[in-house]
Ligand binder design. Sequence first.
Ligand SMILES: [Zn+2]
Length: 1149
Amino acid sequence: MNKPKMATEKSASRVLMLLSQLERLIEEPRVSDNEAIRQITGKILHLIQTQEKTRKEVVSKGSGGMEIILSSLENTQDLQTTLNILSILNELLTVGGGRRTGVFVSKGGTAILLQLLVSSSKDPPANEELMLQIHSLLVKVGPKDRKFGVKARLNGALNVTLNLVKHNLQNHKLLLPCLQVLRVYSSNLVNAVSLGKSGALESMFEIIGPFSKKSTTLLKVALDTLAALLKSGMNARRAVDRGYLPTLLAIYQDWHRNDTRHRHMVIRKSILGCIKNLTNIKLGRKAFIDANGMRILYNTSTECLSVRTLDPLVNTSSLIMRKCFPKNRLPLPTIKSVFHHPLPHIPAGGPVAQLYNQPPGVDDVVDESDENEATEGDTENDTEYDEDDTGHKSQNDDIETDINKLRPIQVNTRPFDELRVYEYFCREFTENFEDDDFERPTSVIPPLSINSELHRPIIIPTTTSPLGPQNRHPLREDVLPPKPDESPLDLDSISISKRPEGKSDPDLVCSLGRLVLDGGVNGGSVDGPQEEGGEQAVLEVPDTAALLPLHDPDLYLEMVKSTCSVPAYTEVAYPDYFGHVALNLREPILERVYGVQRTKIFQDIERLIHPSDIHDKVVYDLDNESCPVIENGESLKFNSKFESGNLRKAIQVRKFEYDLILNSDINSNHYHQWFYFEVGNMRPGVRYRFNIINCEKSNSQFNYGMQVLMYSVQDAINGNPHWVRTGSDICYYKNHFSRSSIAAGGQKGKSYFTLTFTVTFQHKDDVCYFAYHYPYTYSMLMMHLQKLSDLRTAQIYYRQDDLCKTLGGNGCPLLTITAMPESSSDDHISQFRSRPVVFLSARVHPGETNSSWVMKGSLEFLMSCSPQAQSLRESYIFKIIPMLNPDGVINGNHRCSLSGEDLNRQWQSPNAELHPTIYHAKGLLQYLRATGRTPLVFCDYHGHSRKKNVFMYGCSIKETVWQTSTCDLHEDLGYRTLPKLLSQMAPAFSLSSCSFVVERSKESTARVVVWREIGVQRSYTMESTLCGCDQGKYKGLQIGTSELEEMGGQFCLALLRLRRFTTPLELHNHNSHLLDMDNDLIDTRNIPNITSPTTYVLEEDEPAFLEEVDYSAESNDENDPDLEPDLQDNHAFPDPHSDSELSRQDSLN
Ligand SMILES: [Zn+2]
């Protein structure tokens, strides 16, 4: 046991002894000592070569070994000693990981080496062995020294190495380490520029050549060096000028052809790396196109597709091709919405003023100045406009840190006299309930207001003749399953009886117009003379009455008549007419197929490669009403001229592929996400590819398993009236259509995104509808409310008022639901009046149709006859605005109202004329507060486009302040009770996704304003996923209307439980047991932990998926060539590329 240990100590002490001898000799240099120093360093070298323990000893802390070695190296003039020491260092740094190199660097070794390099090269020819040793060491040291690039430049070492490379092109032994060092130098941008001017590019091209199995290591280093050099725009320009791009392409093709067994994938990848950097500049992209680069990379990639290990080549090629793909302009005359709605006044500086104050003739589709510039910004910085999405962007910057902006404000902006008008909406508080009231339901529904504008003939045909005359008859024989008494289907000829012109029809609601189904529709149809006339047809409406108690097709049509749309729609979409029955089938979140995006991108690139395959036929165009409807049966027919529809243009790109463009929100030039349109004239069994090409968000749940929704009229008639999740090969990626800075918030060079999906239709001559999410129109709401009011019993107090008229002339329904008092006795009336108010709203964002389905669930629960519902009604008075933005919904907007603004950003100071629904909703809340009836709960239902599950945003000063500092103020924790209850009751609800942080960007949302200004402690936004759930009972499933409706019902049940924690008359004072409950809540959530994901969800909640092709960015212009300063000889210039990059350098060994 002792013996080896002693032996070790002995040898260790020997090396230390030798080192101290060396130290003495170096300190007192005498010529005669040269031999002694040589001997000592030789002995040390021997020990180090043979014993790991010795190596450890030399670099161990306190040994001083490294200092002595370095000082010897610095001071010796003797070549043999120098070589010995360099060998010692090479031995030392070869093993031991980066730590020993770290010691070397920290003791100033880099500079000593570089000085040695420069001084030894003063008198050429330099000693080859010495150069070899120095460069071998530098290769090891470079990547570990953050300042290596700067040190090399300051010491003048760059050209020494480059000259060695130039003069030793055939001497591979020396060439390799020199090249490796050059590669490290070049990763510093300033160095790259300097080396480029000294001819480094040309040298690299002397090494890089056609396929050869020899010297592949050398070749790889040369290529990587070249790639690093080409990151400089100046070098890239030089390379393009010298015609290197076609050379590189030729070399790549050569390797592609000859490397049949794929042994040299890394070299092929490195060649692509050079091309990739070259094409960062505009000149490079042009040279690439001129050199037929698209076709070359396309063809080589196609040949690589079958070999999975070659994916990196395909992916890099794809990246280059996307970058070089010429930017297209959207084929539109303007990106402003096709429809314009005049506003009562246009606030200066507002979005509408900006939109319409552009001088005439300005092209807003692309930026004039940067056509083909394509200096793509970093998509990571995409700004989002979503309430639900801003969490991603500014992160902690967005958290409100000013505590004064978090405290309640007590000022009423409107005097109470003015608020008195809202007394009308709170009649239940003063009503005296005569005995009569208990004998029949309170019938206080005002007659539907009928707008005089609507007294025009209303014809409600659908589709642009989806079943052309020639197709009409074969329909039944060919497609429909033979049913003995099948009614003929005639989808293009539905009209309803007209309302007598100029006459109001007081009985409109009760006496529904009969559905007249004759083919002879007269003028007024926007579709021109399509009808044959006289053909009698009876449309069989699916009998859904039992399944859809709130649906009635006739009533729906009646509601449509009273709905005012900006385009004056005269058609009705079949799904809205027939109704949607929730599918009794699990619809799993789709697993992403590997390579989908790549395939789609390659198909896009083929447009350029095989232009003759491209039809480019416009088949639907709102901008051009005379757009010819082609009746040759070769094209699909599109339509979206119905409520909530918003397709602007459809272009047949290839035989079975269509580019679709969505209309902007009215009085706006963007917000494209929601879609709803109709397709006809399809061939069954064919795979149709659809591309929505003007999406704006940088990512989408369509990349994470969400499918689009489709409704087949044939299926509906055959007894399956369902919206169904459908589509394969779904993916969402950045495309080659440029977005003008006008539509991108001033940012130039951004692109649109494509949502692509592929569908195979089942039936011939079907009419199918596609939607972003389950549609829920305003007319549908009005129909549901009508049917709900029919559900009243003597126990239910239900009242529907019109809160106000919208800009578009539609009513904004306000519901009051509670239980009738038990009797008109004082006690019962007093109990009735003391019930706390719960205030609910939904659908301020028209594209978030899921919020309407949740609201429908809540309303149905509230009107049901279950004991719990009755108990709930007895507990609260509900004030509900089920649709805060009727105009947006009707006109197919995604985000805004007719004022072109996001209504959920107007709550701080809503304008009575421009934002009437918000102005009056807030007024009503202010009235309630002024009369001592501040709601117990306020909740605004929303939909979330990026996250799964259902969750809530609430408001807490403490949790907000905790994000940035500590805070010991006392805060009532009541805001957590409802979400906690929901997480226990509602399967789709996820507490861990909830957040109670107040963000600056949300200061004018309903949630924050109602919390601060009205003083509602439990003020929430409830967000429902558009996609599906990743936890709970519905884990792995896409969400459907029944789950959404269930959520609305569970929300009501949670309110019922909440009653246990709140006493009606002490709304703001919790009693002790409640505090306990809340303490429990807060303990379990571990709130004070700032990093807790439960308190503030910042991250994109989706992991990166397998396919590494980036779905968003493709062109990363890291260095704008025009901004790159001339850095040569400017040694004082701070290093723009921190040498930390060096640490990422992959060693070749
Ligand atoms: Zn929303």
